[in-house]
Write a protein that binds this ligand. Structure first.
Ligand SMILES: Nc1ncnc2c1ncn2[C@@H]1O[C@H](COP(=O)(O)OP(=O)(O)OP(=O)(O)O)[C@@H](O)[C@H]1O
Ligand SMILES: [Mg+2]
Length: 419
């Protein structure tokens, strides 16, 4: 089974958490101050953008200080009742075994001030009287609904780590996974993720898992119109919603390229529809979509596109019937698109040579690439004299010559002969 890298490579100690030096220090000092008695502020409010280490800081520190961590999250604050239920925990000094306890109220953004005033009041009461340290986390501590809560908390701001810090974190993870990753590729991922560490690590997993090497070309496709969150959301709807209409709507709302989406679905369906019956149904639908795709290409009759969309969205969505959900499965990057993007430079060079041949030989550039280029390669690899003459005649530049010659040494010889 797959594990998320954010989980697998989650920091275990405070020092492994990148960036946020001041925030970590402030939290550590406050937590240690409990050893000298109950401090003025009994709760710490860790706030900041998503995926920068708020939750993991609390978890790592509890581990390091050997405290028992009691984690509560959104579903525990849904009602006043639910909040009161865990108030008891906070009224005790220590755990049954005499250890120290740290209570984490994670992602309190979910508490709504208006709908359930009682909830905020109940929570405030806990913060005022707790005898165990309480840590709260949220994205926006300055939301008016927290105005009372804020008074009883030590506010600790978390910030996005720098690109450099994130790159070195990604580098470490790559190394542990046995992947040689280029600095440039990692930098691109970090920037693209908007310096959200969780998102950057997720991206790294999608792009690099199973590879030995990660280069810039593997990641640049991100820059395109079809941002990966958009694709992922659409994929999730198609593979998990079981709702044909939702699936279709997701695609039209997201405005993704149907060909690209087809590859994504095709590549990912087998990992997410693990029941063979379901997979057969999904693949049947994809096959039908593909038939229409081919027909469009041949006839340019684009009105058929709606059938492509129907089969690959609704058809696949309703295929999920017996598959049991089995935890988190990452989406895979389609091999076909990976291949196309990794050969983009080469293809561009080929067609540029094709254009040159076309001018001289009066044949289409596509045919030139298919029929002439292989022979040119043989000549350029073996006969520098003839290659020099051809280069002049076709007006090839040095990049093209190097591509045809296959190596630098041969290129030098040819260029020298052109004079
Ligand atoms: N500063 C960091 N250093 C190292 N890893 C990090 C850092 N921030 C996030 N991560 C990675 O991302 C995952 C999620 O981080 P975390 O849960 O702490 O985010 P958060 O700030 O609580 O975000 P949210 O506001 O969405 O709850 C962690 O498990 C870890 O793998
Ligand atoms: Mg969190």
């Amino acid at each position: 089974m797959h594990t998320a890298w954010t989980q697998k490579h989650k920091p275990q100690t405070l020092s492994e958490i990148i960036g946020n030096k001041d925030a970590k220090q402030k939290f550590l000092t406050w937590l240690k101050s409990w050893n000298r008695g109950i401090p003025k502020k009994r709760a710490a409010f860790l706030y900041g953008p998503p995926g920068v280490g708020k939750t993991v800081t609390v978890e790592a520190l509890a581990k390091e200080l050997k405290m028992e961590l009691v984690e509560k999250n959104a579903s525990d604050y849904r009602t006043t009742e639910a909040i009161k239920r865990f108030a008891g925990l906070a009224s005790q000094y220590a755990t049954l075994s005499g250890g120290k306890r740290l209570i984490l109220l994670d992602e309190v953004d979910g508490i709504s001030g208006k709908a359930d005033r009682g909830g905020v009041r109940a929570l405030t009461e806990i913060l005022k009287t707790t005898r165990s340290p309480v840590a709260l986390t949220a994205n926006d501590a300055y939301n008016p609904r927290f105005s009372t809560i804020r008074k009883y908390c030590l506010l600790i701001e978390f910030k996005k780590p720098t690109i450099r810090e994130i790159v070195s974190h990604l580098k470490k993870i790559s190394a542990r996974e046995g992947i040689a990753a280029d600095q440039e590729a990692l930098k691109f991922i970090a920037e693209r993720a908007g310096r959200d560490v969780r998102s950057a690590v997720n991206d790294l997993q999608v792009l690099a898992q199973g590879k030995k090497r990660l280069v810039y070309d593997d990641v640049v496709w991100y820059a395109g119109r079809d941002r990966k969150e958009v694709i992922f959301n659409v994929l999730r709807t198609i593979l998990y919603s079981r709702d044909s209409w939702e699936a279709k709507k997701a695609v039209s709302a997201a405005d993704v390229d149907p060909d690209m989406l087809f590859n994504w679905i095709y590549e990912n369906a087998p990992y997410h529809l693990t029941d063979p019956h379901d997979l057969v149904k999904a693949m049947d639908s994809l096959a039908l979509a593909d038939i229409y795709r081919k027909r469009i290409r041949a006839t340019q009759n684009w009105s058929l596109l709606r059938y492509v969309i129907d089969f690959m969205t609704s058809g696949v969505a309703v295929a999920r019937q017996r598959t049991k959900s089995s935890g988190w499965i990452p989406f895979r990057f389609p091999e076909k698109i990976r291949f196309l993007s990794s050969t983009r430079g080469e293809r561009a060079l080929q067609s540029a040579i094709g254009m040159k041949v076309r001018r001289r030989c009066h044949m289409s550039a596509v045919r030139s690439v298919k029929e002439v280029l292989p022979y040119l390669k043989i000549i350029f690899e073996n006969n520098s004299e003839m290659a020099a003459g051809l280069s002049k005649w076709l007006d090839l530049d040095e990049n093209m010559i190097e591509y045809l010659a296959g190596n630098k040494k041969q290129t030098k010889m040819i260029v020298a002969k052109i004079g």
